[in-house]
Ligand binder design. Sequence first.
Ligand code: SF4
Length: 721
Amino acid sequence: MRETRSTCPYCGVGCGVVIESKGEQITGVRGDPDHPANFGRLCSKGSTLHLTASAPITQHARLLFPMRRAHRDAAPQPLSWNEAMTLATDRFEQAIRTHGPDAVGFYLSGQLLTEDYYVFNKLAKALIGTNNVDTNSRLCMSSAVAGYKATLGADAPPACYDDLAHARTLFITGANTAWAHPILFRRIEDAKRADPRLRIIVADPRRTDTAAAADLHLPLLPGSDVALYHGLLHLMLAEGWLDRDYIEAHTQGFEALRVRVAEFTPRETSRLTGLTEPALLQAAAWFAGLDAPGEGRSPTLSLYCQGLNQSASGTAKNAALINLHLATGQIGRAGAGPFSLTGQPNAMGGREVGGLSNLLPAHRDLANPAHRAEMAAFWGVPRIPEQPGKSAVEMFKAAAEGQIKALWIACTNPAQSMPDQALVREALRRCDFVVVQEAFSTTATAAFADLLLPATTWGEKEGTVTNSERRISRVRRAVAAPGQARHDWHIATELAQRLEGRLRPGEMPLFDYSTPEQVWNEHRETTRGRDLDITGLSYALLDSAGPQQWPLPAGQASGRARLYEDGVFPTEDGRARFFDTPFEPVAEPRDVRHPFSLNTGRLRDQWHGMSRTGNLGRLFGQAPEPTVDLHPHELQRLGLQPGDLVHVTSRRGSIVLPAAADEGLGPMQAYIAMHWGEEFVSGRSARGEPLAGVNALTTPRYCPRSKQPELKHCAVKLLKA
Ligand code: SF4
């Protein structure tokens, strides 16, 4: 029996695990008592990792060999790795030489490790000369990135998990922590038990399990978050609850925002959000933290996730919330600050290596000529292209329009998870050459691949991930790769080495890696002098001292728990910026034809497209089948009984689901969990093509700054089937 310390591959809490294995079989998993994210605890998903990892290979549908389809309707046939990589290199070179570098694209994943991400990003931006690198993190966190940069000057979550134990008020907004980040929610429960004075506010249109635990639930109308935050600021201003000294010393731009929020009177905010004026006043008082006379200002910590991010005004929502923290000085001290929670295990690591179409490594911006020059010099190439790459939705649109000819998809399932499935499937059909690099052969996207490349997964690979609190943890191999599966960084490196020989023959090799540690060492060097400087962090330190938070520059023994304690922000003048933004309603408002607001989100016990959790019967205990959830009054009004089949139809498609009652939903609201794919939910596009899952319905409209699509809202109609 062996024991291997690693990290849970599911959510951004980033819990430490101890993998038990015998021979090449994973036999058990338990929480790592020494990991500072979870101190030994695991949720229902993490504690069953060994059962999903050790499911029989056939049931598990692992991809074990490279496979090729002669044409799209043909069954895939095995081929050798050499043949597969020759084919991939030929087709990518052909697309680049014939149509230019922007005719290829890479669509990656927040499930990839930092080292995997780094190689892919360098391959595209330094070698091929395209910025067409984007990831499913665009669907998850890009609004949080844009919100932090617009206000605090850098994409750096300032708080940490330990702040939960110091906060007096928790403002949980756009997040169902009880289900999406269960171990963090256990820490919230611990904090409440330890100090019953802790007040929990939850702003969410649904009465979720998280909202049920709140002292104050604010069931705001879908998409009205910016109006709520502006309304709270208006109240704090009127009541004299702002921290004028902090605003004066550490920020700029307050005057424009003060004028903006003047119109968000309690009455107007109540009209826009559907919340009562007393509830707004209570929330403002608790957030400001001045309601205990003689005790000074008590700390307020905000926790937020997809309810803010997955929105056509995602950046505005993030920044308007951060405005509240800056205006009340609720930042840079224990228990206070805006704290975005990452959905995926390594959305943070992807951001750190610049693995989005508008970023470069170490929080550099593609749009900044000095940053492009720095990375070109670091990588030893003449230039990094200036042309912005395509973000997730843009990339699939470009493929559907014939502009992207070759697409490389790694560790993600866009044929289920992207909004507007009709568009995505058209893109995958139209694209000349689609490579899918995956651990599982049964994903919806695999059906569109010309070439399938088997990748290793959790328990089999080595590298690092970064969780929501900037903590970098090691992911370690416990068992050998099954079949001919290879590590993601290795596959990317081999493609890069082969393309290098053709695109820049005779020049200094750029991809001289034979271990993930070599990739890590190069990545950390890109951070020297940057806000996330980790030049002091080695695999050896992670092995000896355990997971560490960034920054951790050379010469320091450990990372920093909390940022901006000195009130100095990474902007030109050291001041944070207030973000003056109007309130915009949802991208697709309800109307007479589509009178319901559809919200999507997670279940507690399933993960993403279920390629792993869907193999385990016990994880269906919480929700055995997909449903469209409605308030009992709505069921009654529509003449429905729970279990009746319902057509749910948006402007883009229609699916059929059983109805279920949920008293936590408001009037004219519907909810469908995101996980169920074509095995469970079938439907049709508006043009009659077969589609599956809730993303047959969702809109591709996105935030103009973050390019994150509005997966959390679209307008639908409901008809009994
Ligand atoms: Fe894994 Fe997240 Fe559960 Fe922790 S909370 S065990 S990281 S799924």
